[in-house]
Each structure stands twice: as structure tokens, then as C-alpha cells.
Design a protein around this ligand. Structure first.
Ligand code: NAG
Length: 469
């Protein structure tokens, strides 16, 4: 009844308000969106058969957008690291297991007592193939050694595996050799960069770092400065970890590039006032870019970029609502706000795959989606996903549109393939959102695919430009 009244008032408002004609108000979001089932299924076969790319010289010249901007190529994991899975279902299960480990490591940074997400079912082989779905290649040292780095907006410290290894996991490129770099310089314990570390130690006056990712992964070693080369540009004195003891799920990459909001992050050390990335479809071998100090696209949907006083790393976004099928859901706005103790809020994360929402919010979104898909044949749950369909007899389907809203009539309409995803190659598709027991919500990379996500650090704005990889 309350719902009816709400709609009725909305109707009056729409009828009366000239604003209602703005394309971006939630009230005029299209009701349905087309999902090309056949194309999605075709990609599930392709991803298992990519030829491993040889990126001998994968540097793109500095972007012409602005003289000061730095640009580097960005690759999906699948395009670099051939998945050794028999089928797409097993690849999906491995990805989801990694994703739960990722979410646990994010959430426990703010709430050590968090009851971690556990997936039911057997241990999935292939999980150990490594975390991080997107990689970039950079040069480290002088002369530069090439290294694939996992891009991570959920952490600040960049590091590479370093010789001599007490314990290094397998990587594609040779291990970085400090002795062959003229620019390698250990940081002393008195250096400002050393003092910014959460976990540091002193050994003979030199700074040692340690990062643990909460899922059992960690890296330990010397904290040093090095020259980092991006495209044709070399930047000196970037503080990075030279990891001699590295354990975990980073297989394939030489290390990690920390893109978080803290003072040690890569953008902060470049003195960048902005950066942006565009995540290609994770089942594609297309190449996109990550750019520093390039201008905002004019068609970007913008939202306030917020910070958590308790933790500078994460990029929180001023989400105000979610609509499904063109209708804004009755979600309390406080569901997405950071409270004074640092709990709650919603972050944009490059490393989490599936968007996590507080259970009550998730239930509203899921139920609305189900109401709009009553005519689609439902099927069993798959891992994290509780809303799945058997679309094996379809080539395309109309599904309710899902959109994020940021107030002032601004909305980001998601393409259907960013929320109804194949979990196998025989036509099972699932609604790719999941509930979390944490108060922290996360906008994941499945929902960001194909969208350029820009962080204007100076003006505190997040921008989303659809279809701009
Ligand atoms: C960033 O700014 C600091 C302080 O002004 C300066 O010392 C440093 O060289 C700058 N780094 C780069 C990469 O421009």
C-alpha cells in the first residue's frame, strides 16, 4: 500500500516537474535492457582458448589527451595467463573463491572481527592460479626490467618480487634483480615513507616492510626507492617494496601496483591529481588503459568521492540509490554512508569482482530483479549466486535494467552483461550481485566492465563513463 502511495506521488512529481525529462533521472531509466545470450556464451569458449599474448613492447605512447598525462596498457588476467580450466564452470568457481578471499581481506582491514565469507562446497582447484583480474606492465629500475603488476585500488603499497628470494611464487618474467639496477636505493628507518608504513621494522638502519592481505597472502622485504617507467616516462624515487618473501595468490604477476588513497600509493607518489582506468570485459583479450592526470570525459556520470577518516586507502562513493526495472528501490540512504566510527559506506574496488551489498539492500535488489524476470526459467544457485536462470534455449533476453544513482538526477545504467553473467558454457546465467554480512559495501569489477572509472583526487569526484574502454 505504501508502495502504491509512493508511486502515485512519484507520478504526480513526474507529471509536474520539468526535471523529469532529464535523461538521467532514475524515473526515466529504461525498464528493460537486452542481454545477448549467444555472445556471452561464445565468450565463455574463447576465454579458455586465448593464445597467450607476448607483450614484448606493450608500452603505448603517452596519451595525447594532455601533455602531463601518463598512460599504460591494461590487460585482463585471462588474456595474459591462460586459464588452465577444463571448462568455464570451473573457471567461474575458481574466480568466485578468489573473490571471497578478496572481500574477506578488504573487510577485515576495517573490522577484524568480521565473520568471513565462506563458500560452501569442496575446495576449488585453480583458486591458486592467483588473484587480481587486471594487469599492467611497467619498468622497474635503471635500466628498466619489465614486470606485470596486479592493479589494486584496495591497497597502497606497491611491491615486486626481488632477488634473492627466500620464498617467491612463480611469475612470468624474470625476478627483479636489485644488483643490476643503478637506481635501487634502500630507505632508512628515518625516511618519511618508512614512517607511513603500517607494518615496518628496522634492520641495520634500513626499512623493512610487510603487507598481509588477510587471505593468507603476504609480502615481506626491503622498502626502497626505485625508478618506475610508464610508457616513455621514467619517474624516480618511487617507494616500493622489494619482496624477498612472498606467499599467496599473485601467480603470474611480478608484483602489485597499489592504487589506493593513502600517501604511499602509486598515484600519490606521482603527485597525480587524478587517475582513471577502464576494465575490459574479463573474458576478452582486448587491451585498455590506465591513465594518470588525464582530463575527465565530458560524458562521465559523476558522484562525490568520499574518504573514511579511519582508513585512507579505500575510495568511497556517494551512492544514493539503486533502481531495478526503472524503479528506485526504497533503500535507506544511510545504507551507503560511512558512519563516524568508520563503518558502512560503499567503495569502488578494481579487485573485487561481484558487487557486495548489505543483506537487506541485496534482498530488495534481488527481489525486484526476480519480479521482473518471472518469465525466465529459474535454476539452482551457483556458489555466491542465489538467482540463476537456464537460458540455454534463448539467443537474447530482455531483463530489468539495473542502475546506480548518485543524487541530483545522476544515474549509471549498467549494461545487462554487467549483472547477468554466464557461469558455464551451456546457458546458465546468474545475477552477479551478492549479499555481505559486513556493513561495508563494494562496487565490483563485473559491474565496472567497459566503463572508464575516473578518480579526481583533487576535487573529490568519481566519474563513470560507460562504453569508453
Ligand atoms: C611530488 O611532490 C614532492 C613534494 O613536492 C616532490 O618531492 C616529488 O619529487 C614529487 N614527485 C614527482 C614524481 O613529481
Amino acid at each position: 500500500m505504501g508502495h502504491f502511495l509512493f508511486n502515485f506521488i512519484l507520478f504526480i512529481f513526474l507529471w509536474a516537474s520539468p526535471l523529469a525529462h532529464s535523461r538521467t533521472t532514475p524515473y526515466t531509466t529504461p525498464k528493460t535492457t537486452l542481454l545477448n545470450v549467444a555472445t556471452s556464451i561464445q565468450k565463455t569458449y574463447q576465454v579458455l582458448n586465448f593464445k597467450q599474448q607476448q607483450h614484448k613492447s606493450s608500452f603505448s605512447p603517452s596519451s595525447s589527451l594532455a601533455s602531463a598525462s601518463l598512460s599504460m596498457q591494461l590487460h585482463s588476467r585471462a588474456s595474459l595467463h591462460k586459464p588452465s580450466h577444463a571448462d568455464y564452470k570451473s573457471l567461474t568457481l575458481a574466480r568466485l573463491a578468489r573473490d571471497s578471499a578478496r572481500v574477506n581481506s578488504i573487510v577485515t582491514q576495517l573490522d577484524p572481527n568480521f565473520n568471513v565469507e565462506k563458500l560452501s562446497g569442496p575446495i576449488i582447484s585453480g583458486t591458486s592460479q592467483g588473484s587480481g583480474e587486471y594487469f599492467s606492465r611497467i619498468g622497474i629500475g635503471e635500466p628498466p626490467s619489465q614486470a606485470y603488476m596486479v592493479l589494486d585500488t584496495g591497497s597502497d603499497i606497491s611491491w615486486v618480487q626481488c632477488a634473492p628470494c627466500a620464498d617467491c611464487y612463480h611469475q612470468a618474467d624474470p625476478i627483479f634483480e636489485p644488483a643490476s639496477s643503478a637506481s635501487y636505493a634502500p630507505l632508512t628507518c628515518e625516511a618519511a615513507q618508512c614512517k607511513w608504513l603500517d607494518q615496518s621494522q628496522c634492520h641495520n638502519g634500513n626499512c623493512l616492510y610487510e603487507v598481509s592481505y588477510g587471505d593468507g597472502s603476504y609480502t615481506v622485504g626491503d622498502f626502497v626507492t626505485e625508478t618506475v617507467t610508464i610508457g616513455a616516462t621514467s619517474v624516480r624515487n618511487i617507494a616500493i617494496g622489494c619482496g624477498h618473501n612472498n606467499e599467496g595468490l599473485f601467480v603470474g604477476a611480478a608484483g602489485l601496483l597499489g592504487l589506493g588513497g593513502g600517501p604511499l600509493s602509486f598515484p600519490a607518489q606521482l603527485n597525480s591529481t587524478s587517475f582513471s582506468y577502464c576494465l575490459v570485459d574479463r573474458d576478452s583479450d582486448l587491451v585498455s588503459t590506465i591513465e594518470f592526470d588525464s582530463p575527465f570525459s565530458r560524458d562521465a556520470v559523476t558522484a562525490p568521492l568520499r574518504r573514511n577518516p579511519e582508513l585512507s586507502t579505500f575510495y568511497y562513493v556517494g551512492l544514493t540509490g539503486i533502481s531495478v526495472g526503472g524503479e528506485l528501490l526504497p533503500i535507506p540512504e544511510t545504507s551507503f554512508e560511512v558512519d563516524p566510527t568508520g563503518s558502512g559506506g560503499i567503495i569502488v574496488d578494481s579487485g573485487t569482482a561481484v558487487t557486495r551489498l548489505q543483506s537487506n539492500v541485496y534482498n530488495l535488489v534481488r527481489d525486484a530483479f526476480k519480479r521482473g524476470t518471472k518469465d525466465l526459467p529459474a535454476t539452482n544457485d551457483v556458489s555466491l549466486f542465489d538467482t540463476c536462470y537456464d537460458l540455454s534455449s534463448k539467443t537474447s533476453v530482455e531483463v530489468p535494467t539495473v542502475a546506480f544513482h548518485f543524487g541530483e538526477g545522476k544515474g549509471l545504467v549498467l549494461p545487462a552483461k554487467n549483472y547477468l553473467v554466464p557461469v558455464d558454457s551451456v546457458g546458465t546465467f546468474c545475477f552477479a550481485f551478492a549479499p555481505t554480512m559486513s556493513s561495508l559495501s563494494i562496487i565490483g569489477n563485473i559491474q565496472q566492465q567497459g566503463t572508464r572509472v575516473s578518480f579526481d583526487l583533487g576535487r573529490s569526484i568519481v566519474g563513470f563513463s560507460p562504453n569508453s574502454c
